[in-house]
Design a protein around this ligand. Structure first.
Ligand SMILES: NC(=O)c1ccc[n+]([C@@H]2O[C@H](COP(=O)([O-])OP(=O)(O)OC[C@H]3O[C@@H](n4cnc5c(N)ncnc54)[C@H](O)[C@@H]3O)[C@@H](O)[C@H]2O)c1
Ligand SMILES: CCCCC/C=C\C=C\[C@H](O)C/C=C\C/C=C\CCCC(=O)O
Length: 266
């Protein structure tokens, strides 16, 4: 199979999109390390994957991506266990506009941390085997959610950071591709934030706007997004690409060049 012998790390893999990404990686022959802060859910998911794919191809570590020490330790234990990492998916993310610093710690700093760790291990100048990093942003990384400004900011930052790092990686000859996944709404627990004033605070008053957006946009299943995730992962021609995924289909974002940024004359 396409990923036979490859080793992948997926953060936030205990449930939701991360679990679906891990599953499709396993279905296509990869070995997968599941990293997640939720120990109970993570162990349950690991057990389910072990039953289906065998103990030798799955690993679970409790890991909070907002802790440099914990994240590094989980990554190092993964390398010790499998001997290598070829694919790294920075997927873990939350929505919390009240504890907004926590949202930045996880959604942005966690992705930066994971990207840097993966590059350090994978880059060919260090004797690494090269590889692919997929950073999970959101359609909110390209358009904005007035009801979730910090979530929007972190996802825009993931897009900007990943695009810059992709160009740097190519210029430096690291042998590592970096791409972004930008799904619209997917049926997972993160959407519960829409109903939670303690997570939206001041922005709760606009939840109807996001609910209307959700009605218009539609809701995808995690398995739909996972299929598109795999397509991008396997496309060696893609580096620095952002893939929008909606119920109407998937398409790569055409980012404007610096001298083509659309703006109205003064
Ligand atoms: N569901 C959507 O509509 C949607 C759309 C676009 C992008 N996304 C993004 O997809 C990613 C996955 O979210 P989801 O929709 O599957 O939600 P989810 O809440 O179902 O899953 C998130 C997972 O991340 C884990 N996690 C949270 N904080 C963590 C931390 N500090 N360290 C490690 N793991 C942590 C959770 O335990 C959970 O297992 C997020 O980055 C989210 O922003 C979601
Ligand atoms: C106001 C509360 C927002 C809570 C957000 C929680 C989770 C967000 C999940 C996704 O990342 C958001 C995805 C898309 C939002 C942006 C644009 C949707 C437009 C879709 C379309 O027009 O096809």
């Amino acid at each position: 199979m396409a990923l036979d012998g490859k080793v992948a790390v997926v953060t936030g893999a205990a449930q939701g999109l991360g679990k679906a990404f891990a599953e499709i990686l396993l279905q296509n022959g990869a070995k997968v390390a599941l990293l997640d802060v939720n120990e109970k859910e993570g162990k349950s998911t690991k057990a389910a994957f072990e039953a289906e794919f065998g103990a030798s191809r799955t690993l679970f570590h409790v890991c909070d991506v907002s802790s440099e020490e914990v994240f590094k330790d989980a990554f190092q234990k993964t390398v010790q266990h499998f001997g290598r990492v070829d694919i790294f998916c920075n997927n873990a993310g939350i929505t919390n506009e009240v504890s907004w610093e926590k949202t930045i710690e996880i959604n942005l700093k966690g992705v930066v941390r994971g990207t840097y760790m993966a590059l350090e291990h994978m880059k060919t100048e260090n004797g690494g085997g090269g590889g692919v990093i997929i950073n999970v942003a959101s359609m909110a990384g390209v358009v904005h959610l007035a009801g979730a400004p910090i979530y929007t900011a972190t996802k825009h930052a993931v897009v900007g950071f990943s695009r810059a790092m992709a160009e740097f990686s190519a210029a430096a000859g690291y042998g590592v591709r970096i791409c972004m996944l930008c799904p619209a709404f997917v049926r997972t627990d993160i959407l519960n934030a829409l109903k939670e004033k303690d997570k939206l605070g001041e922005f709760f008053r606009l939840k109807h706007l996001t609910e209307n957006l959700l009605d218009v946009a539609g809701l995808m299943e995690t398995s739909d997004v996972a299929k598109v995730f795999l397509q991008m992962l396997l496309d060696d021609s893609k580096n620095g690409a952002a893939l929008l995924v909606t119920p109407r289909g998937a398409a790569y974002v055409d980012f404007p060049a610096a001298n083509e940024i659309p703006c109205s004359p003064l």
